[in-house]
Design a protein. Sequence first.
Lengths: 182, 234, 597
Amino acid sequence: MSKPIIATTSLAGCFGCHMSILDIDDRILQLIELVEFNKSPIDDIKTFTKQCDIGIIEGGCCNSENVHVLKEFRKNCKILISLGECAIMGGLPAMRNGIPVKECLEEAYWGGPTVGLNTEKIMPNDPELPMILDKVYPCHEIVKIDYYLPGCAPRADLIWAAVVALVTGDELNIPYELVKFD
Amino acid sequence: MSETVKFTIDGKECIGKKGQYIVDAAAENGVYIPVLCHMKDVIPAGSCRVCTVKANGRNMAACTSPVEEGMSIENNTAELLDIRKAIVEMLFVEGNHFCPACEKSGNCDLQALGYKYQMMVPRFPYVFERRNIDATTPKIFLERNRCIFCKRCVRMIKDAEGRSIFAFKGRGETLEINIDHKLAANMTDEMAQLAMDICPVGAILRKEVGFNEAIGTRKYDKKVIGSDIENNHQ
Amino acid sequence: MKEKISRIVENFGNDAARLMDILSEVQSEYGCVSCEAVSAIAENLHISEVDVIQTRSFYHFFTEEQVGKYAVYLNNSVVSCMNGMSDVADEFQKQLGVKFGQKTADGLVSLHYTACIGMSDQEPAAIINDVVFTSLTRNKVAKLVADMRAGKAVNDMVTEFGDGNNANPIVRSMVKNNIMKTGPVVLDAYEVGLGLSKALGMDSKAVIKEVLDSGLRGRGGAGFPTGMKWEFCSREAGDHYVMCNADEGEPGTFKDRVLLTERASMVFEGMAIGAYAIGAKEGVLYLRREYKYMKALLENVLTEMRSENLLGNNILGKGFNFDIRVQFGAGAYVCGEESALIESAEGKRGEPRNRPPFPAQKGYKGKPTIVNNVETFCAAARILDRGAAWHKAIGTPESSGTKVLSISGDCNAPGVYELPWGMSISEMLTMVGASDVQAVQVAGPSGICLPPAQFDRKIALEDLPTGGSMIVIGNKRDLLKDVVLNFMEFFADESCGSCVTCRSFNMILKNSIEKVVEGHGITKDIDDMSAWSEILRKTTRCGLGQTSSNPITTTIKNFRPLYDARVKNVEYQSDFDMSKAVVESCAVVGRSAEIHE
């Protein structure tokens, strides 16, 4: 039987969840025995080259590109996992939810303490730039998500236990210490 | 001497005092019933409903209902555990609880119940309603995004003349916790600390101090909420 | 302002328990209870400002912002909407150039929506500065606006008067009684004092026994045996109080309006009988603010009864002292719950209390109190006159006597009907001239939405209990949108918020039904609404939360095809709409919102 294939991405996240994936330490050697990686920052494959079994999503959706990537993942993966607070509930980026986008952008580009040079009050609008959404969306509000692993970042042991359980089909019993929201 | 009453919780025989609230009587018998608004010896609010039990076949709040002789109480049933988990999940979606950015994280009762029930994702849609922070008083921040309307501060924090420093404002969807600016201006550090300590979440925070405890050493990092009650009576 | 407010507060004995009355006077005087006013009230009562604000902000007729010189409160409840409320609202907005929730620039008129004002038999209706205007049309609105612009006194804007006491010179209201059917207990000919004089000739225990034997059960809807309530209360030591619940706020109910207009003395007489039975000296009629136009009439009836020695000291020479004051609410449905009503009458937020203790043990001012409905007191007065056996013989074995129904909606003859308990819904529909009926909303939003297949059921406490609200819903209505969504908006707004489950679940359920109505729902949403309603019902303190999901649950049960037709039967569906989600950011940078995903 061929090895299950995993893809990962970071949307509106900080890559902390990916750091936590790496934090499984030497178990990463066991991991590559268990699974094959496809599109992921871990192996730097930029586009899907085949159908995957598991998609791991870090980050929520704060702009149009995040939505696009997330939908690609849904199309190309049998199972999707929301990894970490941002994917699950928007996380810290979602602290802007409820504040009008106009206020956010003006603060970011005109009013903030580090934008003193922007005296002409330019609002970035390159056609290449994705558009900011009205709020940061949890991933499950955009596509169907199958599993959730909370934490900021989720503990490496949790990620390890969950991925192993998913790949081997064993039951997942999570110790108390591993489910945390911070 | 006060009269004693016998009752059972999930079949376990217990003894309590007449008139004692179920939640307190249960604790004395080593049974933990989760609470967010209740505090022993404070007039109960019965607002969070997370202590809902079934007593003699009827659902009731364990923090406002007294034990009665022969009462048969259900506590850890699948139905009640699901109700409690649902209430916790509901609180996570109706407020804005960004745990990683909250000073109370690790010491927060709401979060601890989320851990206890292993909430992976709330079943309800997130509301993301904008709520205003009040940082205008000298000693504390009122972080309304995190308020769960337990009324602990409303009931317990009064000035020297017994006047309220905290109170509700509005009703229904517009309900919010409100702080009296005039009276809060005279709050002592001790009062501010008490207000922060009794707040089950991170809605009341002291200014200029904080983040004293390292991750891993906080109240609920390794210990399940309520385990002290359960362990005391083994 | 400070001095004036000091005087107002002083008029109420510098008593924080009279905060409702203080706020009411301040609101009338200044058109708002501003921060400055709050400060002055707090200072005079020596309480904190947040405690003044917590009460002010609970009731929607108290406002922080100044309302217009004319404050128009238009009813947007279900029946009002059925009868053309949206046209009336549109005309107000057009004529005045402002939206509901706003005030004209000159401060002349402010427009507000309000929940059911007890005029479902003559909707659309609005209250302008405590004066009621009924059966509104675009033309009438244009006339009202012209009158307001001309600076007419609100009372002078009423040109036609209703029947009975509505036309009384001290009332001069255009409200109609619409009494369509009288019954033997309440609306039959009545002479004041007969019941009371018989009661005072009896031992107080015998009075309670008479009420117990009559089979009288609470007419507010819950149906608790009245005699039993009185009996429990009478056993408690210390001062006792009698309260009359005249906060009829259940949308579609208006029978207490009519009873108070035409049978006020009967209500007060019933209260006096109750007071004698439990040993009370003081009574409070808690009246909803929407009925303020009756104030003079009620005060007048009280004065007459005092002069006839039916109230006051040594009543009818029997050594019994009892008097009544009228306490106004200020717009809060939950105050119809008896313990919330008590809290409100004590000047606080109308939050239902935890029980035990029950009001019969610890009620008004912490003393044993009976709280009964307007109609219950009327019935008690008649029972003492005619006897328990006479009453017991009317109605059904479990529901003795009559019920005064408020029938409205899609029928030819909306109004008040006093019927012996036990009539079937189909008989009722024939009586009111309703055909082509899709559903009957029995007992208001907190009751059940009944389908035609169940129209043979009986209006009785053992089958279809009701406080009196009956809304007939014709086939042309969109049941989920026009009725269920409206009711859920109502509950989300009226939840006091002190149970987190009631506050949040009503909001969450409202959002869910809205999603279904708008066509974004999936089958799972229906199952979720059922499950979440169940949690709400099991985890709230008072009747509001225990019944507020009924609009959803009873329609899912009885009208499931309406839901299925509106949802997609798929496992998952996202509500996300990219073009809507980027509208704001595209506007900020000046880009077209047409974006390719």
